[in-house]
Design a protein around this ligand. Sequence first.
Ligand code: PDD
Length: 283
Amino acid sequence: MQEQIFLNGSFVSRTDAKVSIMDRGFLFGDGVYELIPVYNGKPFLLDKHLSRLNKSLTLIEMKNNLSDDLEIEKIVNEVIHKNKFKDHFIYIQITRGTHTDRQHVYQSVIEPTVLVMGQFSKAYTADEIKKGFRATIHEDYRWRRANIKSISLLGNVLLKNHAAKKGMYETILIHNDKVTEGSASNIFIVNNNVVYTPKLGNELLSGVTRSLILDLLKKNKYLVEESDVTKEQVMSADEIWCSSSTSPIAPITEIDGKVIKEGTAGTVTLETHKLVTEFIGKF
Ligand code: PDD
């Protein structure tokens, strides 16, 4: 059976799904999205993702609680069950919908375009995690509303490819000498056994994985601080990792040619990876 996706009220096969060229998502990148891991057939922390989706929709002046009105939770579960997804992720995209003309100003009443689909996701092996990944640093030139999970991802795409072209995993972004986040992840560093991550604001996404990690670390009596993290602190850190729904803990063991400590994932990184893996296992 062809994979079934949800588009504007119906289930269709992925190849048959079509969206108008007048959709504001296509013309302006005018929409928001969520990416939700599916572990063993269950959407992970779905409530947290849907509450962030509602927040993004509110921030782009679409209707409050639109994701509830659209019954996104029910649709996500249907997509998982229809396709018997086990280890996948679910991608939700809601755009402001279709206008008759291309115009920046949006009408107040407009039918959103709603897409829910899945994709297979392969977790990193224990060896890959231990070895870690390489990263590069770049100025964060994206717009200053990175707290909105907007589908306008050109900045993130260019910055991720900046790393990929060098065979690296991630680009760590710096604005005003402070780390904001990665091009597709949040950033954590460890110094003298204290875990630091940039505090939330308009410059970075409030990652669902970030918040899970902070909770688990605090519950397990680690010292954690949400504070400014400078470029210098990153370069002299004992340990660094990136967090995201696609790879909860991705250790960084080299930045722009500088090897971090022993050049393999550090102790706190591996302990955090274990805490998250156990949490997912119990989920
Ligand atoms: N992105 N910051 C950015 C810019 C991101 O794109 C992501 C994840 C995160 C981490 O958020 P979370 O833990 O909620 O996944 C932070 C997803 C995976 C993506 O766009 O593919």
